[in-house]
Design a protein around this ligand. Structure first.
Ligand SMILES: NC(=O)c1ccc[n+]([C@@H]2O[C@H](COP(=O)([O-])OP(=O)(O)OC[C@H]3O[C@@H](n4cnc5c(N)ncnc54)[C@H](O)[C@@H]3O)[C@@H](O)[C@H]2O)c1
Length: 355
């Protein structure tokens, strides 16, 4: 009889101090887990995101470290692997750091877990962007079995696919109960701009389009929109992602992959306009040329398989999700400011070098 919830289960969340991982951990605690063990090296996370709860055990360090792997209890019930080298632009600046934190992490973790007998599920956070077709024409919803290109725009994207490939291998060869949750563009409370260590590019601070737009709009700054804002994304609220990961753990079939997507296509221009409206920003939109590394164009995920097989459906619509994220950002302005400021020296050095 498969589990219906996580009551009394022992759970490992790798990357659990991060944006998605900390939100997931809160959900797991709400489901009465016995203990949630978080392993995180705080590379792109701030320690304030780690839930302050008696059932959380935080282990600071990389999951690639032998001592950390050897120290994991053998009676783990569930593992969520969310560690990555955040994000595309930082991985372009330092492909080896990406390899260390985005590929070796997956290989060493799965190899270590391969003979854990009580494991019920290992859920991997795969990336929809690594699979979606590159198009600026009409987008079609990316399904789980869409063809995958061998030509990628970033080491990050390659590493996310390698994680899937290694997990599939350990599933086939060793019976690892491996399930892939493919995310689209996640947004919501808990994504702290500038969280963690400097990773070589301004994307250390400006992690993602939604928190960046909200922060700038709250400061009455113009929102930078590239290429006319015609690119589209499938924005999904972080609580929905946490529920989708949980559905993959409790109901996912080992070896399978599920899109955890809203299935709704929204342009970057629409996002910018909605955020300006919700924050009351009167600043104009700052139209800029396209980014030279980015061919990703228009894309969104096909949510049908997750709906049919897992009973999962995203429930928070974009306007409501943004409203909650704006409120959270207002409340946590001081923390976000602290995390941004720690990179000012590096940002200034980059500006000086470019002059
Ligand atoms: N946020 C999105 O829109 C999105 C979309 C698709 C896929 N994903 C995937 O979801 C996962 C979580 O993303 P996020 O947005 O929460 O990013 P995040 O940067 O907030 O979280 C990643 C976490 O991994 C930790 N980490 C990095 N290297 C590590 C290592 N060697 N050992 C242990 N921990 C390590 C970081 O410190 C951070 O806490 C990632 O795997 C990402 O690729 C995210």
């Amino acid at each position: 009889m498969p589990d219906l919830d996580f009551k009394d289960r022992l759970i490992l969340v790798v990357g659990g101090a991060g944006f998605v991982g900390s939100n997931l951990s809160l959900h797991l605690l709400g489901e009465d887990a016995r203990e949630v063990i978080i392993v995180d090296n705080l590379l792109s996370a701030d320690a304030c995101n780690i839930p302050d709860h008696p059932k959380v055990r935080f282990i600071e360090g990389s999951i690639t470290e032998g001592a950390i792997l050897e120290g994991l209890p053998r009676d783990l019930d569930y593992v969520f692997h969310l560690a990555c080298y955040h994000g595309n632009q930082s991985s372009i600046a330092d492909p080896l750091a990406d390899h260390e934190n985005n590929t070796l992490t997956s290989l060493k973790l799965f190899n270590h877990l391969r003979d854990f007998e009580g494991l019920k599920k290992v859920v991997y956070s795969a990336a929809g962007c690594a699979v979606a077709a590159k198009t600026y024409g009409e987008a079609t919803a990316t399904s789980e079995d869409a063809p995958v290109s061998l030509y990628h725009d970033s080491p990050y994207s390659i590493s996310k696919l390698i994680g899937e490939l290694y997990g599939n291998y350990f599933h086939l060869r060793h019976g690892l109960p491996f399930v892939k949750a493919r995310f689209q563009n996640v947004y919501g409370p808990g994504e702290i701009l500038g969280a963690g260590r400097w990773r070589g590019t301004p994307a250390t601070v400006w992690r993602n389009v939604t928190p960046t737009f909200i922060w700038k709009a709250l400061h009455q700054e113009p929102l930078p929109v590239e290429n006319g804002g015609i690119a589209t994304r499938d924005f999904i609220f972080v609580d929905d992602i946490a529920r989708g990961l949980i559905a993959c753990a409790l109901r996912g079939e080992p070896g399978e992959v599920y899109n955890i997507a809203s299935g709704t296509e929204v342009s970057i221009l629409e996002l910018a306009e909605m955020i300006n409206e919700l924050t009351g920003s009167g600043a104009p939109i700052d139209l800029r040329p396209a980014r030279n590394w980015d061919r990703s164009g228009k894309r969104y995920g096909d949510p049908r398989k997750a709906r049919e097989k897992l009973g999962f459906k995203a429930t928070v619509d974009l306007r409501e999700g943004l409203r909650r994220t704006v409120a959270w950002t207002r409340q946590h302005g001081a923390t976000i400011e602290r995390c941004i400021v720690q990179h000012h020296k590096f940002l200034r050095e980059l500006e000086t070098a470019a002059e």
